[in-house]
Every structure is written in structure tokens, then in C-alpha cells.
Design a protein around this ligand. Structure first.
Ligand SMILES: [Mg+2]
Length: 192
């Protein structure tokens, strides 16, 4: 089976690292649990452009060197990669291809065969893709993601989805094609 794995909040605890940066800069105390939506600008009460610009600044800061793997993901990818082909599909921008690929190689060495970028919310006008476009092109059977929009997009295009339980997707109910998982151990036990 070919499995596409999202990066942020499925492999990488991005939001924790960004919040350390943001809270330190602004004297705030936002926490992961505050993110009932993954539209960061809504949670932080800022303009979308302002938050995208902050995100680009985060990547220039030392805080971006401190992104930890999601708990269980090292074991999960190791287990899945034994019998399946694993790729990553992320909505990160093309501007962060180098850092993203380096981080994935560092933590999941040789287990994830390629990383594809949708380039949403880019600062430059270099075009973007949907996750379903990439997954269909790459012949993906199953997507593991935390974002409802990507889950629904891919499910509507016939791809099965495991949605990783998170504060921002808790109101979403399972469908025929989209099933909630709580831990990486759940992912592995469903697939292996
Ligand atoms: Mg994600």
C-alpha cells in the first residue's frame, strides 16, 4: 500500500515550537489546546497576512531548530515502512523544502521516500496544489492527516483517510472514508 503522511502535527509538533516562539515574542501564553481551529489567525486574533509573516520569521529563528517528532511517530513510521511505501505530503511552502527534507531525513532516515509540498499560504506567487491532486498523481491509497479540509478533499477523491485526533478536528465525525485515530499505535494496529 502507498501511504501519504502529513508532516505538521502528524510527524512534527510544529505548533508547540511556533507557540514557544510566538509567546516569547508577544508575552502571551497560548497553548495547543486553544487551537479549536487550525486557522492560527483566528486563534491568535491577528490578520492572516500578519500570521503568515510571523511564520516566515519563525523559520529564520532558532526556535525552528527545536521541532520535535510527534509522540509515537518514529515507531509508527518504522512499522509502516516495513510493508508499505511511505511518502509525505505537506501544506508547507516551497520556501521550506530544504529545512523540511532535512528534518525528515534526520528523524525518519530512509523510511519516507519523498516529500511533496502543496505550497499553500506562500509569500510568493509560485502556485499551489491540493493534497488530493498530489495524492492522486502519486497513486496514494491512504492519507494520514490532522486537518479536516485535507481529509475531506482526499476522501471525496476516493482516498481513505486516518485523521489524527487534535483539538482543531474534535467536532468532526467519522465517515466511510475518514476514521479517527488517537495515537500512532492506533495507526499501526489498523494498518499492519
Ligand atoms: Mg497537519
Amino acid at each position: 500500500m502507498k501511504i501519504a503522511v502529513d508532516v505538521d502535527e502528524v510527524l512534527a509538533s510544529l505548533i508547540d515550537a511556533v507557540l514557544k516562539y510566538y509567546n516569547n515574542l508577544n508575552g502571551t501564553c497560548f497553548a495547543r489546546e486553544d487551537f479549536k481551529s487550525y486557522n492560527w489567525w483566528d486563534v491568535l486574533g491577528r490578520e492572516k497576512e500578519e500570521v503568515v509573516s510571523m511564520y516566515y520569521d519563525f523559520w529564520k529563528s532558532p526556535y525552528s531548530e527545536d521541532i520535535n517528532p510527534v509522540r509515537g511517530s518514529l515507531f509508527g513510521i518504522d512499522s509502516l515502512s516495513r510493508k508499505n511505501k511511505i511518502i509525505s505530503v505537506t501544506s508547507r511552502q516551497f520556501d521550506f523544502i530544504t529545512q523540511t527534507k532535512r528534518w525528515i531525513e534526520q528523524h525518519y532516515y530512509n523510511k519516507i521516500q519523498e516529500v511533496y509540498f502543496t505550497n499553500e499560504l506562500s509569500n510568493n506567487k509560485s502556485g499551489s496544489f491540493t493534497k488530493s491532486e498530489i495524492c492522486l498523481r502519486e497513486g496514494v491509497d491512504l492519507l494520514i492527516d490532522d486537518h479536516v479540509r485535507h481529509a475531506v478533499d482526499c476522501a471525496e477523491h476516493g482516498i481513505d483517510v486516518l485523521i489524527m485526533n487534535s483539538p482543531w478536528n474534535r467536532n468532526f465525525e467519522d465517515t466511510d472514508k475518514i476514521k479517527r485515530v488517537y495515537l500512532w499505535e492506533d495507526v499501526v494496529s489498523r494498518i499492519c
